[in-house]
Design a protein around this ligand. Structure first.
Ligand SMILES: [Zn+2]
Length: 125
């Protein structure tokens, strides 16, 4: 993966993560980039690490990687949990989960979808 070294490892991670929904990116995208880059280093190297896919699934962030170890897993779990409490649209703390295509929303963004959402406390995670 020569490209990663050419453009810089942190830049590679930032670019891969930046496809996540706007609200999450605004809330913790840069922080997650930094934490993940550090975790890869702690786990012993950048050469065999790659981000395969970044997406939203069932109202939470999913990050699929190859390589990395315990530190990488811990950071990804941490941010996947955080995403479920963060408005997918604007990045404020989420209080609602939308029906249908489930996603977390803050008060304002839930109002904008006409409250087709239920309070987040009802959902166990
Ligand atoms: Zn919002």
């Amino acid at each position: 993966m020569r490209t990663k070294r050419l453009v810089g490892f942190k830049h590679y991670i930032r670019k891969a993560l930046s496809v996540m929904p706007d609200g999450w990116w605004a809330a913790f995208g840069e922080e997650m980039t930094k934490d993940l880059a550090r975790a890869v280093r702690l786990d012993g190297g950048q050469d065999d690490f790659g981000i395969v896919q970044v997406k939203e699934k069932y109202g939470g962030l999913r990050v699929y990687v190859v390589g990395g170890g315990d530190n990488v897993s811990r950071i990804i779990e941490e941010y996947e949990a955080k995403s479920k409490r963060t408005c997918v649209k604007c990045g404020k703390p989420a209080k609602w989960i939308s029906y249908g295509w489930i996603c977390p929303y803050c008060d304002e963004c839930a109002a904008a979808i006409h409250n087709l959402a239920y309070p987040i406390e009802q959902q166990e995670d």
